[in-house]
Design a protein around this ligand. Structure first.
Ligand code: CA
Ligand code: CA
Ligand code: CA
Length: 194
């Protein structure tokens, strides 16, 4: 009887210990999974807008800009010449391009404290309007940052708006910015290369 008892106790102990071990293992695996990034199990697609957090986009700005920046982006049919109509359509989907980025900031900084609170930022349309302005990467857009962004060399369209900028590029005033006119804008320092 005594021997049977001892065997039973020993068996129970072994069971208990193995349960505890299993628990520990399961827990450590959970921790390992939790500490892995969300996309660790997914294949990595090319890095694009949707791969970034809103804060990253706010700091880094647009991805995949081609050589002529906004002049490429406004060129709807990609034939190298930007028509006034194409520019209009481009400004329609991003009002900040027309009114200048600083004026746009002021429209949304309703309490005039020089920065966009989360509530203020939530009203910004399109939500990528200020991408690239958050120089210090704290995920808060300040008026100073927007001003510095607008003053970057060769980016005067941010300061004067794309409409006026187009007038400067379209030197013969035929409402078309041709590849030659765009190249001349690069040469004169009006438009930086991207
Ligand atoms: Ca504010
Ligand atoms: Ca900031
Ligand atoms: Ca022209």
């Amino acid at each position: 009887m005594k021997i049977l008892n001892t065997v039973l106790i020993a068996l129970s102990l072994t069971l208990l210990i193995s349960c505890a071990e299993n628990n520990k293992k399961a827990k450590s695996e959970t921790t390992k999974q939790e500490s892995m990034p969300d996309n660790a199990h997914r294949p990595t697609p090319p890095r694009g807008e949707d791969q970034r957090t809103p804060c990253e986009a706010l700091k880094e700005g647009p991805t995949g800009s081609s050589e002529h920046g906004p002049m490429d982006n406004a060129d709807g049919n990609r034939d190298g010449t930007v028509l006034r109509e194409e520019l209009e359509a481009f400004m329609e989907v991003g009002e900040y391009r027309r009114v200048t980025i600083l004026n746009y900031f002021d429209q949304f900084d309703t309490d005039k404290d020089g920065k966009l609170s989360d509530t203020e930022f939530a009203k910004v349309t399109p939500n990528f309007s200020f991408n690239g302005t958050d120089a210090n990467g704290d995920c808060v857009v300040t008026r100073e940052e927007v001003m510095a962004y607008a003053n970057e060399e060769g980016r005067s369209y941010r300061k004067i708006g794309l409409d006026k900028f187009f007038d400067l590029v379209d030197t013969n005033k035929d409402n078309k910015a041709t590849p030659e006119e765009i190249e001349a804008a690069h040469q004169s320092g009006l438009l930086a290369r991207f």
